[in-house]
Design a protein around this ligand. Structure first.
Ligand code: DLL
Length: 436
């Protein structure tokens, strides 16, 4: 088993809860004293920083939301003067203003540590060459992975996203051993390698750290086969820090949350009630060490559950199941709740299709909502008889209709017809608002 900071990652549970309690007290006091937004919010909720005595008191605190970031755009959530802020990132989101986040020098140090843990848990060491194909820029993926890999002492290739041909050239020429990018881009790299006749089993590449968008166990299998590597899930969000909030170890059985820095909770998104471990709900984070942007009970809108049974690796940190969906990407089609992740999990089970799909929701005037799923067939299927393709189509329709309980159409499309992404993939087109 691989560790970056075994002492911390394997401390005792009592020690961890104690540390979290201390850090929570400091964070709440610091946020209250330095961010007018938090002072107003806590005052309105009738909570005084003095009321927070241990980690269990966290449920007394009010939630923070994405809207709060919008209302305080750009720097209103910062707890330190700009002279102490050494980095600013932003995440675009789907609507409205960007969410702006800032870091002190110390924050960058914590982030680098968290990412060093993440990459080490998958076996990265100073001898590795890390091809970092996450986008550099306002997005946290590029610089987050970069600093973590540098912290370990690995050699970072800051290639950023895109230019697939060059990625593959450099992967071969430099002998890259570790790959960092979105899972959808990893699939594309694997496919392009096969097309170019590159035998990936001969390359020294051994591990990949994929995140920033939802993916599935089947997609993991697909990537591992195509690239001949261990594919590990990494999770994070800009508001909390960036990548490195939680990470898989080689057990590949859930993501350990770096709980000494980020305290996770699951709540019922309707009522805000805290849920026990094992129950699905919305993931909420409280930062325990951040300076520039302390975060109190931030609602991520990501749906998952936490579990605390012992992991084979020995880490004390609780694990979260890979993200199951989002509270806000749920589609309501003819009154039925549909999550894109449900559709993906079925598609990945069907032979003869590729992990590229697009969910199109439409509404013709005066008619009911239509759900159509476009799915790419595997190149080997294209030349096959129509009969075989029809059978695949029927199989997908049957599986999806029985899972979702609504009728839908499948459109099988030729390989390469669905737009590829070098960063986060776009899986849903909802045309309903445009032509009502
Ligand atoms: O995506 C940070 C990141 C970069 C994570 C690189 C991992 C690797 P944002 O752009 O702020 O930050 O988007 C955060 O992306 O709330 C999730 O909905 C989604 N997300 C991130 N990682 C995963 C993952 C970065 N492993 C939002 N699985 C989060 C599923 C993920 N969804």
């Amino acid at each position: 088993m691989y560790f970056w900071d075994k002492k911390t990652e394997c401390m005792s549970l009592d020690e961890l809860r104690e540390l979290q309690g201390e850090r929570l007290k400091n964070t709440v006091r610091f946020a209250y004293d330095n961010v007018p937004f938090y002072r107003r919010k806590l005052d309105a909720a009738g909570v005084n920083p003095e009321d927070i005595k241990s980690i269990d008191d966290i449920t007394k605190l009010p939630f923070t939301t994405k809207e709060d970031f919008r209302d305080n755009y750009p720097f209103g959530m910062f707890a330190v003067p700009l002279e102490q802020v050494v980095r600013i990132h932003a995440s675009s989101g789907t609507t409205g203003k960007q969410t702006v986040v800032g870091y002190t020098e110390n924050d960058i140090g914590v982030w680098s540590e968290a990412m060093a843990r993440t990459l080490s848990a998958g076996g990265t060491t100073k001898g590795d060459i890390v091809q970092n194909a996450y986008g550099y820029g306002l997005f946290t993926g590029g610089l987050g992975a970069h600093y973590g890999a540098e912290k370990i002492g690995a050699s970072v290739v800051p290639i950023s996203g895109g230019n697939t041909k060059r990625q593959l050239q450099i992967m071969q020429d430099f002998g890259c051993t570790v790959l960092c990018c979105t899972p959808s881009y990893a699939v594309l790299l694997g496919e392009s390698a096969a097309e170019q006749g590159i035998d990936t089993s001969k390359l020294p590449l051994k591990a990949g750290f994929f995140g920033a968008e939802p993916w599935s166990e089947n997609m993991r299998r697909e990537i591992e086969e195509k690239l001949h590597i261990d594919a590990l899930d990494i999770y994070g969000l800009s508001e909390v820090m960036g990548p490195g909030v939680s990470y898989e170890c080689m057990e590949k059985a859930g993501l350990h949350v770096s709980e000494d820095h980020f305290y996770p909770e699951i709540i019922d998104p309707e009522t805000g009630e805290r849920q026990p471990d094992g129950y699905k709900g919305e993931l909420v984070f409280t930062s325990l060490t951040k300076e520039a942007l302390p975060l109190i009970r931030y609602r991520t809108r990501d749906v998952t559950y936490l579990f605390s049974d012992n992991c084979g690796c020995g880490r004390v940190f609780r694990r979260m199941h890979r993200v199951l969906g989002r509270t806000d990407d749920m589609l309501i089609i003819r009154g039925v709740n549909v999550f894109p992740s449900q559709i993906e999990s079925i598609l990945m089970e069907i032979d003869g299709t590729e992990p590229h799909y697009l969910i199109v929701v439409d509404r013709e005037k005066g008619r009911m909502d239509q759900l159509e799923v476009w799915v790419e067939v595997s190149p080997k299927m294209v030349s096959d008889e129509v009969r075989k393709l029809e059978a695949i189509e029927r199989a997908i329709v049957a599986e999806l209709e029985s899972l979702l309980g609504i009728s839908l159409k499948i459109r099988l499309v030729e390989p390469k017809t669905i737009a590829r992404s070098e960063g986060k993939a776009k899986r849903v087109i909802d045309r309903r608002d445009l032509n009502q």
